[in-house]
Design a protein. Structure first.
Length: 157
């Protein structure tokens, strides 16, 4: 009698251990997928930065949704075509220097990227460096990620 009870207990314990192992494995696999998408969005953020540095509005256009809106650090709202014109024509008064501390949080087919930026701006004939924070909202559209909204906020020193 004791032997049969012991075998059943060991079988149940083994079944529980296998079930927990399968759940952990499935969780790790789904985490890798989310991580992969976060890495993809971060690479698109870096491509965006490079397009700004070179004033490549065509490359930037490929990253933006048709409904894209940008809220600049001074509160100015620009749609996609206005933002692309600004990037294309900004060589004389704007030079992006880079981003740091970027993070991506994914919510299904939406990803929110945040970080800090630093750029050089020309005002009244003088160049100065400024820093700020940004939030970019990306959605999956037609098999790829497109940014639908971006917002910048200056950090006062």
């Amino acid at each position: 009698m004791k032997c049969t009870w012991r075998v059943r207990c060991e079988a149940r314990l083994l079944g529980c251990v296998l079930l927990v192992a399968m759940c952990v494995s499935a969780s790790a696999q789904s985490g890798a997928t989310a991580g992969d998408e976060s890495a993809r969005v971060l690479s698109l953020e870096n491509a965006w930065n490079q397009a700004e540095v070179t004033h490549d509005s065509a490359a930037l256009s490929a990253l933006l949704a048709e409904t894209f809106d940008f809220t600049d650090d001074d509160g100015q709202l620009m749609n996609k075509s206005q933002w692309l014109a600004y990037i294309r024509d900004a060589e004389a008064h704007y030079a992006p220097l880079g981003n740091s501390g970027m993070k991506v949080h994914q919510y299904g087919n939406v990803a929110v990227a945040t970080g800090m930026y630093q750029d050089k701006v020309k005002e009244n004939g003088k160049w100065f460096v400024r820093s700020g924070r940004f939030t970019d909202i990306w959605t999956q559209q037609n098999g790829g990620w497109r940014c639908v909204s971006s917002q910048a906020t200056l950090i006062s020193h």
